[in-house]
Design a protein around this ligand. Structure first.
Ligand code: ACO
Length: 323
């Protein structure tokens, strides 16, 4: 999918980022105290040391509102959001969608609001949707939030999945702008293969996955989507200053980087601190890297994701000057 728009003022441009992680922190030692596992096993296989878990009574919409509030604050008083897109696979309820409640919670009742579900690829799918709405002239300012509370669907007694996930939310404001300006979405690539739906699923109420097959697919698909989007953008892997991919686990991030020829210093990772936060993963990583001063204006940024469905996607942009 080519994200470039020939029409003036009709490209999605990144204008602000925001993030929220809940206050409860679960360490590997906390998990080892109640499961047959160890800090050594989890760290060596996944790179994850801590993850955050939603406080009792808080759900995906609460986390999304907190991240949305942070992004709106960063966007400044002139922000005028007309659309809220929530990427999530753990909505508060099956019906209705969670985005309208998030919009109302942000004081934005009346704007268009809907959910996008592409599991761990949800944020990249959301970017494409927001860009399409802006290109069509339907939207001028989109608040795109990725938020998930996998603690609600991960069996706390399952040592094969419990260490992997954390709860969180990340948000971006995308405004209508010009294709050539910093922050403009340059290209987006999306894909899916429903024949592999059973690799990542929910069975009997609990999350289930085929770990090794997911690992192989994640590396192959994220690297493939990244190559395609780089080709569309006209960049080589050596042109990329920051590779911010879905934070599934550290080994996957490094393997994709190595496959693409992007060295470890340019591969951004916050999975160590927050685990796999599903649709929140990329915007959280962007917000954390921005807050830490690790993303600078002018950096050429490559995003990629793989998730349940199976789904995958990648996108490119030049990092803008952000507050
Ligand atoms: N602690 C100790 N032992 C464990 C644990 C644990 N937490 N979990 C599994 N084991 C055991 C298994 O029971 C198995 O024991 P056995 O040999 O006696 O049967 C052994 O360790 C090896 O299990 P594998 O599943 O083969 O372990 P693997 O080396 O594949 O690592 C992992 C598992 C980390 C999940 C790996 O497959 C992986 O990274 N997969 C990618 C999946 C992922 O990150 N998914 C995230 C969600 S989807 C997404 O974001 C795209």
């Amino acid at each position: 999918m080519e994200a470039r728009s020939p029409r003036p003022g009709r490209t999605a441009v990144l204008a602000a980022v925001g993030a929220h992680v809940p206050s409860i922190v679960v360490t590997n030692d906390d998990l080892a105290a109640r499961l047959d596992t160890s800090d050594e096993w989890i760290t060596s296989r996944t790179g994850i040391r801590t993850r955050h878990v939603a406080e009792p009574g808080r759900s995906t919409s609460d986390l999304a509102i907190a991240a949305g509030t942070a992004a709106l604050r960063a966007a400044g008083p002139d922000a005028s959001i007309d659309t809220v897109v929530l990427a999530t696979s753990t909505p508060d309820r099956l019906v209705p969608a969670t985005a309208p409640a998030v919009a109302a919670g942000l004081g934005l009742a009346g704007v268009a609001a809907f959910d996008v579900d592409a599991v761990c690829s949800g944020f990249v799918y959301g970017l494409a949707v927001a860009n399409g709405l802006i290109a069509a002239g339907t939207a001028r300012q989109v608040l795109l939030i990725g938020a998930d509370t996998f603690s609600a669907i991960v069996d706390p007694a399952d040592r094969t999945t419990a260490p992997l996930f954390g709860d969180g939310a990340g948000a971006v404001v995308l405004r209508a702008g010009e294709a050539g300006e910093p922050g403009a979405l340059l290209a987006v690539e999306l894909g899916s293969d429903g024949a592999l739906a059973d690799l990542i699923t929910v069975r009997d109420g609990w999350f289930a996955m085929q770990g090794q097959a997911v690992y192989r697919q994640a590396v192959t698909r994220m690297a493939g989507a990244a190559r395609d989007v780089l080709a569309r953008t006209g960049w080589q892997p050596e042109d990329v200053d920051a590779f911010v991919s879905h934070q599934a686990n550290l080994r996957i991030l490094r393997a994709v980087g190595a496959d693409l020829g992007i060295d470890a210093e340019r591969v951004h990772a916050n999975v160590t601190d927050v685990g796999n936060t599903v649709a929140a993963s990329i915007p959280l990583a962007l917000a954390h890297a921005h807050a830490a001063g690790r993303l600078r204006a002018g950096d050429r940024v490559l995003l990629s994701a793989f998730g349940g469905g199976t789904t995958w996607g990648a996108a490119t942009l030049v990092w803008p000057e952000l507050s």
